[in-house]
Design a protein around this ligand. Structure first.
Ligand code: HEC
Length: 152
């Protein structure tokens, strides 16, 4: 009789853990879907004018403009956004490329820190990342994991 009670408690505990794990998984997934939806809207309003509605960048983006500054690169797999870890992408978006590169580097892209909250910036980047094929996502994920390893 006692053994049976112990067993019942054990099974109930297992079910509880499974439920919590399930809820976690579900909320992470739906949280990501919400961030992608929010990021897509922010991208259209704030980034598409330079980086293109389809993330294709400005024509001739790999050659300097007559001003000497660089055009806006694509954010799709043909560009190099996916070469950078999360922290770098976040800082470029919040502070602008000029501040991140330093040394008086001039860029046509402003920092968005005064307009977008940190969560907004994360949502835009989550949207951009959601458009990449598996290979680019895996590579960028690995870069981000290494970046976290370096700062800890
Ligand atoms: C006024 C034009 C303009 C707007 C608007 C703009 N960007 Fe940019 N962005 C650029 C340019 C130009 C560069 C190239 C940086 C350089 O070398 O000067 C760039 C570069 C970047 C990079 C670095 C890419 C790489 O491969 O190194 C990221 C990330 C980025 N932009 C994100 C964003 C996001 C996110 C938004 C919207 C919130 C945005 N940009 C809005 C012009 C713009």
């Amino acid at each position: 009789m006692r053994r049976r009670t112990v067993m019942m408690v054990f099974i109930a505990a297992l079910a509880g853990v499974a439920t919590i794990a399930g809820v976690r998984l579900f909320s992470t997934r739906s949280g990501e879907a919400a961030a992608i939806a929010q990021g897509r809207q922010l991208y259209a309003g704030m980034c598409a004018s330079c980086h293109g509605a389809k993330l294709a960048g400005q024509p001739g983006w790999d050659r300097p403009l007559p001003s000497g500054r660089m055009p806006a690169p694509p954010h799709d797999a043909s560009g190099h956004t996916w070469h950078h870890p999360d922290g770098v992408l976040f800082r470029i978006t919040r502070e602008g490329p000029g501040a991140v590169v330093g040394d008086g580097y001039e860029s046509d892209m402003p920092g968005f820190g005064g307009i977008l909250s940190d969560d907004d910036i994360r949502a835009v980047l989550t949207f951009i990342k959601s458009t990449w094929p598996e290979r680019e996502r895996t590579y960028q994920g690995e870069m981000s994991r290494r970046e976290i390893g370096k700062t800890q």
